[in-house]
Design a protein around this ligand. Structure first.
Ligand code: HEC
Length: 565
């Protein structure tokens, strides 16, 4: 990945004094100035690489740490927050498999900071490094974007109260489908944004959640509707200081005209009224995807029922990988009661690999963690999660005083236990179906009445032309979410394909009634009507589609065919 370092800091590597000598020969060294760390040689390299990405003027950190004077002014505080490991914010404990861009300070770096502060924070040699290029965020870090999309309306964050979880809906104006290799997210007010992620909505399913168009809608977690085979398998995540990720060739993703980008933002009141108006930059590539990652989810929200006061409540989930897999990244997610979050993989030969371990979960610093190298796991590997929750009053983040019984749910005061893995089948095949099917079966073991799992199994069977196997799961999905026109259209397709025409017609009609602008369902309805002899009805529906979309080639061709007969 070619990403420009936002801080131009190559100067220190050649000048860094060898502290190894000091470690090996302590008795030979007179306690002289040589042993005292100074800013130029010892502190600037740490602070400029591990702190300045957030602590710059106008950045998310409360004050800049981009010069000797600024760092010196905060030196005592810096010693405190680094030794307690509060800063830099980095939740995972050390593990053999490393993450890219780890923000963790080594014990030795902590010692260096401590020694420097104790020595009176000397500046050191006159060769003080120049200030790192300030990351004012006025330039995009991946270079000039191909398309910039701004949210339609400013969101107002109240001065005080609970954290706010707001979803902006951004619709890139595209005239043709594009392949996206990277996105960058720029909050207008980074001080109040804790994290943000983007979900692609190909069906407009979230627009109906807005009370005023363009305004967005509240909610901590978003589930988009749509074909389970067309879900985006990439993490599109932003946190303060993070460097945007550019996908390598072959791993781009498709964005079609009319697709919505749901930008889910975690905003924190600052003490005064604030506003936020985010922008997203898109970077395109001509290279279509050749490999298709999948976001595999472990979770057990259904077993979350945490008694008030319980200090250690545990949930687990495990599932077997259906194919040889590369794990690219991991995203653990819980709300305010989460405490110890861990996940690991057990290979078929019994070897255990730690995927991530977060000893003191803090939802404010949640993040996607990308592995330095893709992690190879053979088919049959069991991936597992185990999350601990603290619902006692000793948990300073407990949203309830006194503690209350808490169940699973997507309000900030409910709890969640999710572990997402961005997985890629090893041999370049499109294994999204295989993962989706394994996931759906696993989900149904936990929850026989799971809507998404039934929808997934039904869609998979339909796409394999096994309509007979699709009817039952799709019937269930429709029963579970009667308002979902997308599921209903698929259910009708399965009835149509198994010759149950009368039922199919009724279901297509209902789907169109539920979502009048749902062209696919209307086209299917027209097709079914024509086949049952109602040519006039078919023509009428095709004309409705064409009135809205003059250029719909399939509707046009079919209308021509029917009117020519
Ligand atoms: C990922 C972004 C990020 C990085 C990296 C980061 N900080 Fe911070 N820092 C913040 C934010 C945001 C706050 C204010 C919110 C808070 O205190 O939780 C903060 C607060 C602080 C505070 C004030 C704490 C308090 O109690 O008021 C200090 C001191 C600090 N950081 C020092 C550092 C140092 C030193 C480093 C590097 C070793 C560092 N930070 C790295 C984002 C960051």
């Amino acid at each position: 990945m070619a990403v420009t370092n936002p801080l131009n800091l190559r100067w220190w590597s050649s000048k860094k004094r060898s502290s190894l000598v000091a470690l090996l020969l302590p008795v030979l060294l007179v306690p002289a100035a040589a042993a005292t760390p100074d800013f130029a040689h010892d502190i600037a390299p740490i602070v400029y690489s591990k702190c300045a990405p957030c602590h710059y003027s106008g950045g998310p950190g409360p004050f800049p740490l981009t010069s000797y004077a600024e760092v010196r002014k905060h030196s005592l505080q810096i010693q405190t927050v680094t030794s307690s490991r509060y800063m830099p914010p980095w939740l995972p404990s050390e593990q053999p498999i490393h993450f890219a861009d780890e923000l963790r300070l080594t014990d030795q770096q902590l010692q260096t900071i401590s020694n420097w502060v104790r020595a009176g924070s000397p500046e050191g040699s006159s060769e003080v490094p120049t200030t790192p290029a300030p990351t004012t965020d006025e330039t995009w870090r991946l270079g000039p974007p191909d398309l910039i999309v701004k949210a339609a309306q400013t969101f107002h964050v109240p001065a005080a109260g609970r954290d706010v979880f707001w979803n902006f809906i951004l619709t890139p104006q595209l005239t043709q489908g594009r392949f996206v290799r990277a996105i960058d997210i720029r909050p207008s007010n980074p001080k109040i944004v804790h994290h943000a992620n983007v979900i692609i909505d190909r069906t407009g399913s979230q627009r109906m959640r807005e009370t005023t168009p363009g305004q967005g809608f509240p909610g901590m977690d978003v589930t988009v509707l749509g074909s389970p085979l067309d879900l985006n398998g990439h993490f599109l995540f932003w946190k303060p200081g993070s460097i945007p990720w550019s996908e390598p060739d072959g791993l781009s993703w498709r964005l079609n005209p009319g697709n919505d980008l749901i930008l889910n933002m975690h905003l924190q009141p600052s003490g005064k009224p604030e506003t936020e108006l985010p922008t997203i930059a898109l970077y395109f590539t001509d290279k279509p995807p050749t490999r298709f990652p999948y976001l595999l989810q472990l979770e057990h929200d259904g077993s979350l029922d945490i008694p008030a006061g319980r200090s250690d409540f545990v949930i687990t989930d495990s599932m077997k990988l259906p194919v040889d897999t590369e794990v690219l990244a991991v995203y653990p997610h819980a709300h305010y009661l989460g405490k110890l979050l861990e996940a690991w993989a057990t290979k078929p030969d019994g070897t255990r690999v730690q995927l991530i371990r977060i000893p003191a979960w803090d939802p404010n610093w949640q993040a996607v963690y990308r592995y330095e190298q893709p992690l190879l796991l053979p088919a049959g590997t069991m991936v597992s999660m185990r999350y601990h929750y603290d619902n006692s009053s000793a948990n300073p983040r407990n949203p309830h005083h006194p503690p209350k019984r808490v169940e699973g749910g997507n309000q900030a005061t409910d709890e969640m236990g999710h572990l997402w893995l961005e997985v890629l089948p090893e041999k370049g095949r499109d294994a999204r179906r295989v993962y989706a099917e394994a996931w759906a079966h696993h989900q149904l073991e936990k929850y026989p009445d799971d809507y998404s799992a039934n929808l997934t199994l039904g869609s998979l069977a339909l796409s394999r032309l096994h309509a007979q196997d699709a009817v039952e799961p799709l019937r269930k999905a429709v029963r579970l979410q009667p308002n979902d026109a997308i599921a209903r259209n698929l259910y009708a397709e399965s009835l149509d394909a198994t010759g149950r025409m009368t039922e199919a017609l009724a279901q297509f009609r209902l789907a169109v009634k539920q979502k009048p602008d749902f062209d696919n369902a209307r086209f299917n309805l027209a097709h079914a009507l024509a086949r049952t002899g109602d040519k006039a009805g078919a023509i009428e529906n095709l004309r409705v589609i064409l009135a809205a979309h003059h250029d719909d080639p399939a509707a046009k061709a079919y209308l021509d065919q029917l009117t020519a007969q």
